[in-house]
Structure formats: structure tokens, C-alpha cells
Design a binder for this molecule. Structure first.
Ligand SMILES: [Zn+2]
Length: 107
């Protein structure tokens, strides 16, 4: 089965057209998941950079919350959130400052 054939069948199974499928941002990629009924292709929606960035940030928050809970077991959730928000804001501040530093002049 070619990628185009798979895409046509995938759209058909979803009850939409190939054009609609593509408009949703879905693309066909090879698949080697090893499933018995695997057709050798998969329909995926690649993540936009800002979406990926958001997920990375969420992951960092979740990790920070778990870390905080382990280190300060008697802290309330609100206190932990406040501490984490402060740390995130601080990290963002330094990130912005470091990025705004212009490279030295070379004469
Ligand atoms: Zn597969």
C-alpha cells in the first residue's frame, strides 16, 4: 500500500475527504509499530513549535510540583503553586535577560 492509498482509506474510514484530513494538519508517516493489523503507515498531526513549548513548560511544572511535594510534604498545594510560580517567573526573567544581551562589538 502506498502512502497515498493509506491516506485515502484513512480519510474514508474517518468519514472525511483527504483535503479535510490535510486541513486538520494530519500527514502520513511510515509506521513500524509491529501490530498485526499495521498497514505500514500512520496518520499523525505534527506538533507546532509553540504547542511543543507549552507541553515542555507543563512538564516542567508537573516535575516541579512532584519535587516540591517530596521536599516539603507539609506544604499546602497553594503554597507549592506559589513557590513554583515564583521560580518559573524568575527563570523566565533570566531567560529574557540572557537572550537580550547583545554580542560584543568586533572592530
Ligand atoms: Zn503501525
Amino acid at each position: 500500500m502506498t502512502a497515498d492509498e493509506f491516506e485515502r482509506r484513512y480519510a474514508e474510514r474517518s468519514g472525511i475527504t483527504v483535503a479535510q484530513l490535510r486541513a486538520l494538519g494530519r500527514v502520513v508517516r511510515p509506521c513500524d509499530c509491529g501490530a498485526e493489523d499495521c498497514e505500514g503507515w500512520q496518520s499523525v498531526r505534527p506538533m507546532a513549535p509553540e504547542e511543543r513549548q507549552r507541553l515542555i513548560r507543563l512538564e516542567a511544572i508537573i516535575r516541579a510540583q512532584a519535587d516540591r511535594a517530596a521536599r516539603y510534604p507539609h506544604e499546602t498545594a497553594a503554597q507549592a503553586d506559589e513557590a513554583i510560580a515564583y521560580q518559573l517567573a524568575r527563570a523566565q526573567y533570566w531567560e529574557t535577560r540572557l537572550l537580550s544581551v547583545s554580542p560584543p562589538d568586533t572592530d
